[in-house]
Design a protein around this ligand. Structure first.
Ligand code: IDP
Ligand code: MG
Length: 130
């Protein structure tokens, strides 16, 4: 998912282009401003973290572009996580999306599911009609 900062900074094309050039397939895509309930459900695993409120404020402050990305094997989440880069801005490698374009850990442009199971849960949340 391209988070609101990616849309604001006009980096959606760059991010989509990297996914395409990698050889992965975007099989669903939509843009919307998520409501708080959707953002809270999406980040439920972080509900007890001190930054949870800020995280939900951030995700709901403008449009996001949600995508289903598919590849030849069931490790597409892992390929995407490598392309996205590490969570902390201090660790995100050059060549990754965060490493190349983000300067803050809380505004790090892209969300990527961290397991195949997480991808299935999140796809059901963001694309309920299938
Ligand atoms: P991920 O996006 O790399 O999977 P998570 O640990 O799942 O990272 O955290 C979700 C999001 O919460 C991060 O992408 C980032 O936007 C935000 N975040 C994570 N850790 C911090 C923090 O320590 N301070 C502020 N925001 C954070
Ligand atoms: Mg995560």
């Amino acid at each position: 998912m391209c988070k609101p900062d990616a849309v604001e900074r006009r980096l959606v094309g760059e991010i989509i282009s990297r996914i395409e050039r990698k050889g992965l397939q975007i099989t669903s895509l939509n843009q919307r401003v998520p409501d708080r309930a959707l953002a809270e459900a999406h980040y439920a695993e972080h509900s007890d973290k001190p930054f949870f409120g800020e995280l939900v404020d951030f995700l709901t402050r403008g449009p996001v572009v949600a995508m289903v990305v598919e590849g030849p094997d069931d490790n597409t989440f892992s390929l995407m996580r490598t392309m996205i880069g590490k969570t902390s801005v201090d660790d995100a490698e050059p060549g990754s999306i965060r490493g190349d374009f983000a300067t803050q850990t809380n505004e790090n442009l892209v969300h990527g599911s961290d397991s195949h199971e997480a991808a299935e849960r999140e796809i059901a949340l963001w694309f309920p009609a299938g």
